[in-house]
Ligand binder design. Structure first.
Ligand code: PMT
Length: 221
């Protein structure tokens, strides 16, 4: 039986990967399936929380007992997260957010022209939602958690990212073409801004989610 230790709490979870359109047909995207974020939403609901799940491009059916907001791009994700976070006790950013988006959107499908080199794609920076919410919390007691998807030197990059983003906890997981993305399992180190390090062994994404809520629950005031 799961302890209802998040009863009366409102938590916001983001899941999936943003898609940044080039034209009506193509986009820049990433390999996030949303499974880790959905596991966080389901486990929080099982522990009694009111959950707002903001999902980008997962195609996963809405979990029972969870409010789901569907978005496509990083800009839309930011808007939905900021709105839901206004009264939230905790915000967990498990979504893979594109750091850049195409500078322009072509209303019609971009055509290839015979004998011409392809035009380079100009990019502009997307807002950093995690850094923004960490720096400017809608509630001063809000707990803010990020994920770091790294391919090499995971812990060093994770520690640096925790500092730069300013969140309370950072879940550092290693990713690759066939690692973590889309898999039922994950393995991570959860870094705390207070210097703590919690190693979560390889196992179901639900287990990692529950360990994270175990660390978040005592931080809620
Ligand atoms: O979805 P799955 O297939 O289950 O895979 C899970 C996962 C690998 C996607 C997930 O566990 C994970 O690591 N999510 C974060 C992916 C990511 O975007 O990492 P990052 O290192 O680029 O970003 C660090 C943090 O900043 C993240 O919390 C991200 O949500 C946030 N961010 C990033 C860029 C940006 N412009 N705004 C942000 O808020």
């Amino acid at each position: 039986v799961t302890e209802p230790d998040l009863a009366g709490r409102h938590v916001v979870v983001s899941a999936g990967g943003t898609r940044e359109p080039l034209d009506p047909v193509r986009y820049l995207g990433n390999r996030s399936s949303g499974k880790q974020g959905y596991a966080l939403a389901r486990t929080a609901a099982a522990r009694g929380a009111r959950v707002t799940l903001i999902e980008a491009n997962t195609g996963i059916p809405d979990p029972a007992g969870v409010d789901v907001v569907h978005v496509g791009t990083a800009v839309q994700l930011r808007e939905a997260v900021l709105k839901a976070a206004a009264d939230a006790d905790a915000v967990v950013m498990a979504a893979a957010v594109a750091d850049f988006r195409p500078a322009t959107y072509a209303e019609g499908k971009i055509k290839k022209k015979e004998g011409e080199e392809p035009a380079p794609v100009a990019l502009v920076r997307n807002p950093d939602i995690l850094a923004e919410i960490s720096a400017d919390r809608p509630r001063p007691d809000q707990v803010v958690v990020g994920f770091a998807a790294e391919t090499d030197d995971v812990l060093a990059h994770g520690r640096d990212k925790l500092r730069r983003k300013g969140c309370d906890l950072l879940v550092v997981n290693e990713v690759g073409e066939r690692k973590t993305f889309g898999s039922e399992e994950n393995e991570a180190v959860i870094l705390g801004s207070d210097g703590t390090e919690t190693h979560v062994p390889h196992g179901p994404k639900e287990a990692l989610a529950d360990t994270l809520w175990d660390l978040i629950a005592p931080r809620l005031v």
